[in-house]
Write a protein that binds this ligand. Sequence first.
Ligand code: URA
Length: 194
Amino acid sequence: MESWPELVERAQGCVACRLAQGRHRVVFGAGNPKALLMLVGEAPGHDEDLAGEPFVGRAGELLTRILAAVALSRDDVFITNTVMCRPPNNRPPEPDEQQSCRPFLEAKLAAIEPKMVVTLGAVATKALLEDPHAAITRLRGSRHLRQGRYYYPTFHPAALLRDPEKKRPVWEDFKRIRRDYDRLQAGLELEPDA
Ligand code: URA
C-alpha cells in the first residue's frame, strides 16, 4: 500500500483536473495523520493557495478558534477540503473537479481512519453524504453513521463571518462533537441520536 509520504507526493504533482492550471500550491491537508476527527471544507481560497495549508485565512482563523473553544488544536485533528486546488475567483468546485479529487479524499480517509468527520458547509456535506440535495440548514446538528464512521454536518466558518446568527448553532454542534469525541476516544458507544 502507498505510504503517507508517497500519497502526499503524488497529490503535489496531481494534474487530474483543470484546477491544476491556476494553482500556486496543492493544499493536501494538515494536522494529525492519526486523527480521530477529520474536518472537510470546500476548497482552498487565496490564502490557502499561497500557503499550501488549509484554512489559514479569515475563515481558517475562526475555525481554529472554534476548535480551541472545545479544547482541540489543529494538530489534534486533520483538516482538508473536497478539492486540493483553488478554484478561480473562489467559485465553488465543479462536480467533475470534486470527482477528480475524490480518490485523494478517499485515500486520506483510508489512511487516517477517522471515526468522526465534520463536513463544513453545503459543498462538503453534499460530497461526503453523497447526496446532491443535502440541505445544510436542515442537516446541521445531525449525526450520520456511514461505513462505520460518524459524519457531522455544520455551517462553514465563512458563513459565520457573514451571518453571526449561525455562531450559536455551530457552538452547539461542536459541543456535541466534543462529547462524542471523548466517548469514542475512551472506546465507549455513542449516546443515541436525540
Ligand atoms: N474555505 C474552505 O472551504 N477551505 C479552506 O481551506 C479555506 C477556506
